[in-house]
Write a protein that binds this ligand. Structure first.
Ligand SMILES: C[S@@+](CC[C@H](N)C(=O)[O-])C[C@H]1O[C@@H](n2cnc3c(N)ncnc32)[C@H](O)[C@@H]1O
Length: 298
């Protein structure tokens, strides 16, 4: 259906308005999944959760249906659902996502649990750096969940585009946004020198897929930024850079916490031990794969 885009109610062939219940069913038929159809309809209608269910009998406007049609077309064309919707849930946040940033993964939500546990050992004021922040989900979750006016959370990335997304997501954070600082550059080079030896936590989900890894799903390789996915040395190059410099930036007792690829646990744990970290631990994700490594600066 091609529709002129304005804010008039949309009408069917008989001149009747079309409600969201009908559009949801039609969208389910087109995308083949009732839940995905609901998310697309929620985004098009601007109402979600209970609010969407309460507007099922309301008529849709032409502008809303044009948006819905364009989302369905992109989804059927193979674009990741998260980019099609333009937003995605991560812990307590609803963040904007688009092809400038990696789609936040569920396992990274667990990384935030480990980060919160690591910070529990430290008194305020707390200073945290989320290196390679992408959409900002790790650092923004920490700022929101641990918010205190004596907290600083640094979001860094080498990608200007990614930082634009992180900045937009910071704006939606409310009072916790006051804890957030944004800086551009490669790993620790982004941070102001005054932070050396003063961070309580350095957390990062760096790119960790080896270039040419054939196990990467085509939808991932074809749509997500390669700068966010791939690293040299079998995916370990960025972890090596971060581990090499982290001690210099942490307070004694401060923690370095990294997300890693399944299968990289022992290699990254060895990097941390060789760099002088104590209490080095490898944590698993819900699928039982090695997924996070942490160590403490003595
Ligand atoms: C795997 S993504 C993680 C994004 C986000 N933290 C998350 O967990 O969803 C890796 C991020 O590291 C960034 N990155 C790549 N190389 C970098 C570098 N040399 N310095 C800083 N950030 C870098 C990418 O732009 C990307 O945003």
């Amino acid at each position: 259906m091609t529709v002129p885009v304005n804010d008039e109610d949309i009408q069917d062939m008989d001149g009747d308005t079309v409600d969201w219940r009908t559009l949801w069913t039609e969208t389910e038929r087109r995308v083949g999944d009732r839940v995905i159809a609901r998310w697309i309809c929620e985004t098009a209608s601007g109402a979600d959760g209970q609010e969407f269910l309460e507007c099922l009998d309301d008529p849709a406007t032409q502008r809303m249906v044009a948006h819905l049609d364009s989302m369905v077309a992109r989804y059927l064309d193979g674009e990741p659902l998260q980019y099609v919707l333009g937003h995605w849930a991560f812990r307590h946040l609803e963040v904007m996502v688009d092809p400038r940033v990696l789609i936040p993964r569920p396992e990274t939500e667990l990384l935030v649990d480990h980060a919160i546990a690591a910070l529990a050992r430290h008194d305020r004021p707390l200073r945290v750096a989320d290196l390679g922040t992408g959409s900002g989900v790790i650092g923004l979750s920490l700022a929101m969940e641990l918010w205190h006016d004596a907290m600083e959370v640094w979001l860094t990335d080498v990608s200007t585009d990614a930082l634009d997304v992180a900045r937009a997501n910071t704006a939606g954070l409310g009072r916790a946004a006051s804890a957030v600082r944004i800086a551009e550059g490669s790993w620790f080079e982004a941070l102001p020198p005054v932070l050396e030896g003063r961070l309580h936590l350095v957390v990062s989900n760096p790119p960790y897929i080896g270039a040419g890894d054939v196990a990467v799903e085509p939808i991932v390789h074809g749509h997500e930024p390669h700068l966010a996915l791939y690293a040299d040395h079998d995916g370990l190059a960025h972890a090596m850079s971060i581990v090499a410099d982290a001690s210099r930036w942490l307070v004694p007792g401060g923690v370095l916490l990294l997300e890693i690829g399944a299968g990289q646990g022992s290699a990254v744990a060895a990097l941390l031990r060789d760099a002088g970290f104590h209490d080095v631990q490898v944590h698993r994700d819900l699928a039982g794969h090695d997924r996070f490594v942490q160590g403490t600066r003595p």
